[in-house]
Design a protein around this ligand. Sequence first.
Ligand code: BGC
Length: 462
Amino acid sequence: MTTSSLLEEAASISKQFDVSKDRLIAISNEFIRLTDLGLKSDGMPMAMIPSFVTGVPNGTEKGTFLAVDLGGTNFRVCSIHLNGDGTFDLLQTKSVIPRSLMVGTSKELFSFLAKKVDEFIKTHLDEKFNEEGGHAANEHIYKLGFTFSFPVNQTAINSGTLIRWTKGFDVADAVGKDVCQLLQDELNLLKLPVHVAALVNDTVGTLMSRSYSSPGEAATLVGVILGTGTNGAYAESLAAVEKLDKSASALADKSIMVINTEWGSFDNNMKVLPTTTWDDAVDLETPNPGYQMFEKRVSGMFLGEILRRILLELYEKGHMFSKASTPLTTAWSLDTSILSRVEADTTPDLVAVKSIVETDLGLPTTLIERQAIKVIVEGVGKRSALLAGAVIGGILVHTKACQSNPVVDIGVDGSVFEFYPGYEDLMREALKDVLGENEKKVRIGIAKDGSGVGAALCALVA
Ligand code: BGC
């Protein structure tokens, strides 16, 4: 293939990832429609799960808590001390979840989690807590917030049954079970003095932790994850959650409810979402084809795989990597961090791209090939950010947040948002399309350690 035609082909591929302003507005409108439906009844296309968190923190909260986080590539155990002034101290350990446990039995998975909690307490806490005579030592029990970042049917602050797995997990016998109970049972078997006090989606945790530590008066209204998976939670007026029985005493006098939208499954029937042949192929490779269709166009688990499929097709057509033999044939082998690193390279010769593709993918490249890769990466990354911006805009239109607040604060966590160069600016382009001038009122900030701190804050209110 001539050099100019490879670049033309790359440009035409990249163009297939364009999303027009009209389309972004249609996406936002459809999002609002499904939001309304999900608030009315259970079993709707977008789950709109009440989190049973009925207030957002203001930074004065205090205490020491345990938190665990299951939802991405790593399992984290942490202890968090909230200092009551918007700051916190956090101690944590991370372990990679063995692939076999992601697709094994619930017993295997949850006993692994309990063992990690046991190790953490023995190594880091027993002595420290006793010395300090802290909250946990006084009560002889650690209150634990369980960040579990999958769709659950939440029925109380500390219970919820798993609706389905996402992000490559597939532990069939756990579906329909109360995940807090599964964890509590395993902790009890190890005789650990731990009470699972709160079940928290990572987006709810992000909202809580950002609100605890965010600067100024503005309460945080939306929590967003743009990492391995994607999802958003927001503060909804309790009265609007029509499907919820509000007679429970825990809800008396409450005016808001944080809702976990589960927007990963927004528009599974593809009414407004854009698609390409590569998206369709990636979907078929997952354990849940036809589900999480929004997530599969936006989040880190999938962007690398979309790029791998495009590059593989170009290789198979003889357009690239002519000197390599059967590259890129292993599914899921192209890490999404590669997109961020490629996007970050602004040198004329794309020297960083050269070394990334050579080191991570084992492929020597010509300059034209690198330029082609960059053009394609830009298309895939930009579409992700625009789609994320459109649904965040949908939440703000639905809640009329910009009409009633001088500043609308949004907390975001996750590697795609954190590391993809220019992601926020691209998200803001879509926000402008949806919100017009009101986009200026939106303040977006990173909420680091959201899942740990947020889980602690939920354990506190539980
Ligand atoms: C899950 C959500 C989670 C998101 C981000 C999605 O796959 O369904 O519950 O919040 O990933 O981790």
